[in-house]
Design a protein around this ligand. Sequence first.
Ligand code: AMP
Ligand code: MG
Length: 327
Amino acid sequence: MIFMQSAGAGWLHEDADIMGTRISVELFHANPELARQGIDTVLREMRRIDTGMSPYIETSELARLNTSAQQQPFKTSKELFSLIRRSLEFSEMTGGAFDITFASVGFLYDYRNRIRPDETQRERAAALINYRKLVLDPHSGTIAFSGPGVHIDLGGIAKGYAVDRCISLLQELGIKQALVTAGGDSRMIGDRWGRPWSIGVRDPRNEDKLAAVIPLRDVAVSTSGDYQRYFEENGIRYHHIINPGTGDSARELQSVTIIGPDATTTDALSTSVFVMGMEPGLELINRMPDIDAILVDQKGQLHYSDNLQPAKKAGNGVKASAAPITH
Ligand code: AMP
Ligand code: MG
């Protein structure tokens, strides 16, 4: 996603690299001290969530869960427990397209170093993926793994969750106009100088081109794409969104953008619809009254969910609808 305007006077803007991605905060408050406090609060919260939920930080709560829950139930914080429970709801809702245990295969890929499993390794590891192997006990607040080789990675939902947390903290500070972004996941409150925020969905095969522009107000928006972390080998693109059924990258679409009320939902759904592909993906979104989607297929063509059809008619695909989408 690309945000079209640059910050005006009275707005603070800061970028940082946290959670293995680019974090960006833009906000307004008439009191500059409070505005500064808003920025610091967001960066601190992003770091806190990364420290707890990164599977790569050995001391993180998630890493400890991954190493312990095989042997015995692991007592988690309320926060981690409820995010994992939320993840399982998305697994149920998407017929298993969203599955945080994809990590059994996921850790065999290293996109930067062009490393991937061979077919045998991939199939063996894919057989271990199954969110139903996570046993959550709400009474004791513990999580256990009911089989060997289970690993959790929250990469498909944690950034959206972090964005939601930051927006809540900003609202507690009395900030009413803000945009928080973590990689492909964003949420905005209020408007920008009385005008909606304008979001550009980038062309998945050309980072300087836009596939669509949409005006938004008070919503969350997430994009999942096959161009974020990938390498190519013999013309095949190996990227970071994994079909849990095969352990291979999902290849029907180039990108999925989801618009909805909160970023935890849009984050999980963008990853899910990417895996599900066009028809089942759009069908799912069209059943959800408060969710919209823009899909880019392998030919670079755009497909909109039913609620967005007016936006499509209003322009040539790149032009936005006149009225902002709001929730
Ligand atoms: P996103 O950019 O939000 O689509 O998230 C992609 C990330 O989600 C990947 O880098 C993985 O960490 C994680 N992921 C990949 N495949 C899946 C899947 N099938 N279900 C849940 N998470 C996934
Ligand atoms: Mg996602």
